[in-house]
Design a binder for this molecule. Structure first.
Ligand code: NIG
Ligand code: FE
Length: 418
C-alpha cells in the first residue's frame, strides 16, 4: 500500500451535513459540506481505501518508513461526470451557427436536424470508430480528475445501433483508466422513419430494445428525453417503468426546454435523478425532494444554447432538500464540452452554489445520481479513486477555470495521470 498526504483532504461525507446547523455560516459550513480534514491522510491498499483521517493519527503501517507517501495540496474523491452523451460520431458546428443566427434548438430538432443529424452519423459509424472516439474523449476527462464517466446511448435509435453504441462503451472500457458507466437512452428522439408512428417507436423501445439491452447486460440505467420535440410524460413513464421491470435504474431528461412534467415522472417512478430542470415547477421540486431524486444540473447547456436567462432553480432544489449534482452533458448538440472544471465555476456564478456545494455536486452528489456508494467519497472500503490538485485552497478549483489543476489522478489505487 501507500499513503496520500494532503494539506486539505476533502472526504465528501455520504450524507450532506444538516446545513441548518450552520445558519449562513459561510466557510465553516462549506468545510463541513466537503468533510474537510486539514493535513489529511488516505491509506490505499490495492484497489481500495484502507484508512482516512488526520495525518497525525495515521495507522502504524503508514508510520513506518517503508510506506510510500505521495504529498499533495488538495485531494478529494475522483470526479464523476454523471451525465454525458460521449459516444457519438460527427459534429454539429453548422447547427451551432444557425442557432446563433436565431434558430432555436427545438426547431432544428422538430425539422429533423439536431439529435437526428448525429443519429445519421452514428448509424454510419462502425463500432470501432465509436470506440476509438470515446477512448480519446475519456482520456481528456481523466486529465481533469474524472475517474467515473457516465455515457448515454441515444444516437442509434434502432435496436442494433443502440446496442452498437453501448458495446462501444464496453469496448472502450478496456482501454481507458476510468470507469465508463453505460446508460440506455433509446428514447432520445423519435427517429425519422417513425415520425408519423411515434407509438410504434415507443413500443419498439419497450418491447425490443429494453429487453435486449437488459439481457445483454449493456446498460444498468434507462433514461428518456421527456420534452417538447421528444417524448411526453406518459410515454416517459411507460419507458422508465419498463426499464425498471428489467432491473434498470431510471433516469430522465426532464423539463429542459419546456415544463413537460418530467420531474413529476421522476418522483412517481422513483428515478435516481432528474436532469436539466430549467423549467421544473415548484410541485415537481417538492415531489423530487420527497422521493429522493437527485437534480442533475448542466449549466454548459445554457451557455452553449444561449439560454442563460432561464436557468435551473438550483437553490430552490437545495432548499427543498434535494441533492444536486453538476455534470457536463457533453454532447455535440447542446453542450460541446468535457470541461467539468468550468462547470464548477458556472455552478457558482450561475446557480450561486458555494465552492463546497459545487465540489460536492461532482463527487458525492453525482455518486448518488448513479446510486453508487463505492465512489464519490473518501472512506475506508471505498474504491481508491482520488484526484489530487496543486491549488492553494479547495475553493480555488471553482475559481481558476478553463485550466486543469490536477497533480495526480488515482483510479482503483493506480496513478493513471500525474
Ligand atoms: O442532454 N436533451 C437531450 N439530449 C441532449 C442533447 C443531445 C443533442 O442535441 O445531441 C441534452 O441536451
Ligand atoms: Fe443530456
Amino acid at each position: 500500500g501507500y499513503a496520500i498526504r494532503a494539506r486539505q483532504l476533502l472526504t465528501m461525507p455520504q450524507e450532506a451535513p444538516r446545513l441548518a446547523e450552520y445558519g449562513d455560516g459561510g466557510e465553516e459550513r462549506d468545510d463541513a459540506i466537503v468533510g474537510l480534514i486539514e493535513d489529511g491522510c488516505v491509506v490505499v491498499e490495492g484497489e481500495e481505501i484502507a484508512w482516512v483521517g488526520p495525518w497525525e493519527q495515521r495507522p502504524k503501517s503508514a508510520r513506518r518508513g517503508d510506506m510510500d507517501v505521495f504529498e499533495t495540496a488538495v485531494a478529494m474523491p475522483g470526479w464523476i461526470d454523471c451525465h454525458t452523451h460521449a459516444v457519438f460520431a460527427g459534429e454539429r458546428s453548422q447547427e451551432f451557427a444557425w442557432r446563433n443566427a436565431g434558430k432555436p434548438y427545438v426547431e432544428v430538432l422538430e425539422e429533423g436536424g439536431g439529435i437526428l443529424t448525429t443519429v445519421e452519423a452514428v448509424r454510419q459509424a462502425s463500432g470501432q470508430e465509436l470506440t476509438d472516439a470515446l477512448v480519446r474523449r475519456a482520456f481528456l476527462s481523466v486529465r481533469q480528475g474524472v475517474t467515473t464517466l457516465e455515457v448515454k446511448s441515444g444516437y442509434g435509435l434502432t435496436t442494433a445501433d443502440e446496442i452498437k453504441s453501448l458495446k462501444a462503451v464496453q469496448r472502450a472500457q478496456k482501454e481507458v483508466p476510468c470507469e465508463l458507466v453505460g446508460c440506455f437512452l433509446g428514447a432520445h428522439a423519435v427517429p425519422e422513419e417513425y415520425r408519423d408512428r411515434r407509438k410504434a417507436y415507443v413500443d419498439l423501445v419497450c418491447e425490443e430494445m429494453i429487453p435486449q439491452v437488459a439481457k445483454g447486460g449493456y446498460a444498468a440505467y434507462c433514461d428518456v428525453f421527456c420534452d417538447r420535440g421528444a417524448f411526453d410524460a406518459e410515454e416517459a413513464e411507460r419507458i422508465l417503468r419498463c426499464g425498471q421491470e428489467h432491473g434498470m435504474v431510471a433516469r430522465i431528461h426532464a423539463d429542459e426546454i419546456t415544463d413537460a412534467g418530467g420531474a413529476m415522472v421522476a418522483a412517481k417512478v422513483g428515478a435516481s435523478s432528474a436532469d436539466h430542470l430549467e423549467f421544473v415547477n415548484q410541485e415537481g421540486i417538492e415531489a423530487m425532494a420527497a422521493a429522493g431524486v437527485v437534480g442533475v444540473l448542466m449549466p454548459a447547456v445554457n451557455l452553449f444554447l444561449g439560454t442563460i436567462d432561464h436557468l435551473a432553480p438550483a437553490r430552490d432544489l437545495l432548499n427543498a432538500g434535494c441533492e444536486v449534482a453538476l455534470a457536463t452533458d457533453f454532447n455535440p448538440g447542446s453542450a460541446m464540452t468535457q470541461d467539468l472544471g468550468t462547470i464548477l465555476m458556472l455552478g457558482c456564478t450561475l446557480y450561486k452554489l458555494t465552492p463546497g456545494e459545487a465540489l460536492r455536486s461532482i463527487t458525492a452528489g453525482a455518486a448518488r445520481a448513479l446510486r453508487r456508494t463505492d465512489i464519490g467519497g473518501l472512506r475506508a472500503g471505498a474504491r481508491a479513486d482520488v484526484a489530487c490538485f496543486d491549488v492553494p485552497h479547495y475553493r480555488y478549483l471553482t475559481y481558476h477555470f478553463g485550466q486543469t489543476h490536477t497533480e495526480a489522478v488515482i483510479y482503483r489505487g493506480n496513478f493513471v495521470y500525474w
